[in-house]
Design a protein around this ligand. Structure first.
Ligand SMILES: C[S@@+](CC[C@H](N)C(=O)[O-])C[C@H]1O[C@@H](n2cnc3c(N)ncnc32)[C@H](O)[C@@H]1O
Length: 278
């Protein structure tokens, strides 16, 4: 399934189902929605947040693949945009760093996620954390808005990654930066995995090559691109065996192909002062 609109619809449906489960249910029921997909266990990807300042357990659906705020250099007063904000997990961590004087905006295309995130913000009494329904490929945000863009395990799900990164560039203020955790591939995934809808929604088959990812960021105009963290993701055999037979599994495991969670940092160059001196 490679039609971008069909992919987005499938992703929306799967995450709408996941939105109404908690972290424990997600971990216990493979990718978070037994009824909608059989395949990927998100606990393979996610990091522990429990010791992180600002962590709110009700916003943690166990769907991340890194800790983007770790390298985001968020300061008090910053405006932060979180792409694919889910139930608001990273937004509330970012809010602890921006404080009352900053602003955090979560964007997600799945209504059930936005509703859950908004309910969490109301419950916590945060008036400077808001959520907008929208697509990362055409963000409902004006240009030059964010000091910092963060995202956790989302851009692999976006069919047009060039558009996603050019949108990130547009919404960043000159001198702003991003810290994104995501899934990338090194090598070639077997076709059966590439074609599995569950593996797309499960953040595997929509992932692209690491090198291509970094080139797309550079093409979008981002500078000072730095790979901050890289961790191999081991998908258990019983999951892979849903798509591969025994000999295909053996070939895949000896092929050198790897699935990695990464956290990458980059900047939008600052505006020139116009004096020719800087
Ligand atoms: C794997 S979950 C991660 C959620 C959250 N970042 C977290 O760590 O808990 C992916 C989220 O991205 C959203 N998403 C996927 N594609 C999107 C797109 N093109 N535009 C906006 N949101 C998108 C989904 O609705 C879902 O909530």
């Amino acid at each position: 399934m490679k039609n971008p609109d069909a992919l987005k619809l499938m992703v929306k449906e799967k995450y709408a189902a996941i939105a109404n489960q908690d972290k424990e249910q997600n971990a216990a029921s493979c990718c978070g929605a037994t009824a909608c997909c059989e395949g990927v266990d998100y606990s393979i990807f996610s990091e522990s947040y429990t010791q992180i300042q600002g962590y709110q357990s009700e916003a943690d659906l166990g769907l991340g693949c890194g800790l983007p705020t770790e390298f985001a250099q968020i300061k008090p007063g910053d405006t932060v945009i979180d792409l694919g904000s889910g139930a608001g997990n990273d937004c509330f961590v970012a809010r602890a760093l921006t404080g009352d004087t900053g602003k955090v905006i979560g964007i997600d295309m799945t209504e059930a996620m936005i509703s859950k995130a908004m309910a969490n913000a109301v419950k916590l009494g945060f008036t400077n954390v808001s959520f907008r329904l929208g697509d990362i490929e055409a963000m409902p945000v004006s240009a030059n808005k964010a000091d910092v863009v963060i995202s956790n395990c989302v851009l692999n799900l976006v069919p047009d990654k060039n558009k996603a990164f050019s949108e990130i560039y547009r919404v960043l203020k000159p001198g702003g930066h991003l810290s994104v955790s995501d899934v990338v591939i090194k090598g070639q995934l077997p076709k059966a995995i590439q074609d599995a809808a569950e593996m797309y929604a499960g953040c595997v088959s929509g992932a692209i090559q690491l090198e291509e990812y970094l080139v797309i960021m550079k093409t979008a105009g981002l500078t000072n691109i730095r790979l901050q963290k890289e961790k191999a993701v081991v998908v258990p055999d019983d999951i892979l065996l849903k798509y591969l037979n025994d000999s295909e599994l053996k070939a895949f495991k000896s092929s050198g192909t790897g699935i990695f969670s990464i956290t990458v940092y980059a900047e939008k160059a600052g505006a020139s002062c116009g004096c020719g001196c800087c």
